[in-house]
Write a protein that binds this ligand. Structure first.
Ligand code: UD1
Ligand code: CA
Length: 455
């Protein structure tokens, strides 16, 4: 048996039909470059090393995937899939199993390919298609044994009638593969070195060749243009939604949810239409998410209600909190349990303790707020002096009247009441009323101005 697994990901093709300046494999599905889905699958399979064969737009691909630990293999010019694999093979130990994946087949299922990886044969992942199009055809003998793969362009009409096709995904032992790939020739319709010719060579050498069935067409669907990209995106999202529903989440319309990252939900959550989850989102039990929200990197406690049209990013929300409608939580917002954040409220880099309410038209930034605070409509923490940011500290049981500015740095003592319309520039003492309002006067003999008559 092989000592380790080496994965070769073919990603050198131009991707002409995307009609894009961006290399095809960098186009995103579920918020992640196509080829990164494939690299992740290789990791799940336990690959000891991953070799990405790149060509067109190579430098950009390397830059964008700098965080992925892979070996970069340049294929320039591109003379076919066999030629591509040949570039990577020198870097692979003879005693490894080699798995060839495609950078533009993003939804490859590790369940489908694990059996190929664990075998000692030559394995080809295949699927039967109602319309086998221009794919390579799997040629079997009368005993049903795989004998060869014939490319569409080289196939005769009987072969073209075969509906079992080559997905392109192949596994073999490294030493043998090196031998076969080294002997490939390009005397075919496309003058390319076909990786698929390895199959007939293996058969000629008396090796066991097996076809492994893919569970679904989507698992092996390649992306060549943006229509296919969109189709596969929806297929991915639908599967994700199905998995959530199976796990006990109510989704009002599974065709109107987008998860671009990971989403974990507790029991009995409800997700209404058009919400986008990005990055890593973790949701507790009994959470209700209204329509039209964007939620990125958030931890949301049990029983939280996110009402319609909120944008939440890099934040934590405690149990029983109510957010929105129309609220914006910016990075480093930490809300304790039962906090209420209402409409047209923006919170940034602030901690708000249990039971506090900021319900209308307010900006809270760089603030530490205590428990049971009530912030009136139109309150602003003036955290920026034009050069530096300053913090506002608000104690417990504070009541801030409407239309107040808290000019940071400033500390509002526990139990403070601030009169409406105040501009607070100095710390306020505990349990007192503080206000900074000009005294109201009434001018008895004042008259409204009148329009001058036209001359
Ligand atoms: C290949 C298979 C075909 C199979 C089909 C599945 C061969 C000869 N044919 O077709 O049997 O049904 O895939 O999609 O293998 N690539 C490189 N360097 C190259 C050429 C291709 O890296 O020189 C990469 C492409 O980026 C792509 C993959 O290999 O990810 C497949 O290339 P493509 O041209 O789409 O496939 P075909 O050769 O037409
Ligand atoms: Ca193709």
């Amino acid at each position: 048996m092989a000592k380790g697994l080496s994965v070769v990901i073919l990603a050198a093709g131009k991707g002409t039909r995307m009609r894009s300046a961006l290399p095809k494999v960098l186009h995103e599905l579920a918020g992640k470059p196509l080829v990164e889905h494939v690299i992740d699958a290789a990791r799940v399979l336990g690959a000891a090393d991953v070799h990405v064969v790149f060509g067109h737009g190579g430098e950009l691909v390397k830059q964008r995937l700098a965080h992925c630990q892979v070996e970069w293999v340049l294929q320039e010019p591109q003379h076919g899939t066999g030629h591509a694999v040949a570039q990577a093979l020198p870097g692979i130990p003879d005693d490894h199993r080699v798995l060839v994946l495609y950078g533009d087949v993003p939804l490859i299922s590790t369940g489908d390919i694990a059996p190929m990886v664990n075998a000692d044969d030559v394995g080809v992942l295949t699927v039967e298609l109602a319309d086998p199009g221009a794919y390579g055809r799997i040629v079997r003998d009368e005993l049903g044994r795989v004998r060869a793969i014939v490319e569409f362009k080289d196939a005769n009409s009987a072969q073209r009638a075969i509906r079992e096709i080559n997905t392109g995904i192949i596994a073999a032992n490294a030493k043998e593969l090196k031998d076969w790939v080294g002997r490939l020739r390009n005397d075919n319709a496309q003058a390319e070195y076909y990786l698929t010719d390895v199959i007939a060579m293996a058969v000629a050498d008396g090796r066991e060749v097996n076809a492994y069935p893919a569970a679904s067409e989507y698992d092996v669907a390649g992306i060549n243009d943006r229509v296919q990209l969109a189709d596969l995106e929806r297929a991915y999202q639908r599967r994700f939604a199905n998995a959530l529903m199976t796990a006990g989440v109510t989704i009002r319309d599974p065709s109107r949810i987008d998860v671009r990252g990971t989403l974990t939900c507790g029991q009995d959550c409800e997700i209404d239409i058009n919400t986008m989850f990005e990055g890593r989102v973790v949701i507790g039990d009994n959470v209700r998410i209204g329509p039209n929200n964007v939620i990125r990197n958030a931890v949301i406690g049990d029983g939280v209600e996110i009402r319609a049209n909120c944008v939440l990013e890099d934040c934590e929300i405690g149990a029983g909190a109510i957010i929105g409608p129309f609220a914006r939580l910016r990075p480093e917002t930490v809300l304790a349990d039962h906090v209420h954040i209402g409409n047209f409220v923006e919170i940034k880099k602030s901690t708000i303790a249990s039971g506090s309410k900021v319900n209308h038209l307010t900006y809270i930034g760089d603030t530490t707020m205590g428990s049971r605070v009530n912030i009136g409509a139109g309150t602003i923490t003036c955290n920026y002096d034009g050069a530096n940011k300053h913090r506002t500290i608000i104690g417990d049981d504070v009541f801030v009247g409407s239309d107040t500015q808290l000019v940071a740095p400033v500390t509002i003592g526990d139990g403070t009441t601030i009169g409406a319309g105040s501009t607070i520039v100095r710390d306020t003492p505990q349990n007192k009323l503080t206000l900074s309002r000009a005294k109201q006067v009434t001018i008895d003999n004042w008259k409204r101005p009148v329009k001058k008559p036209k001359t």
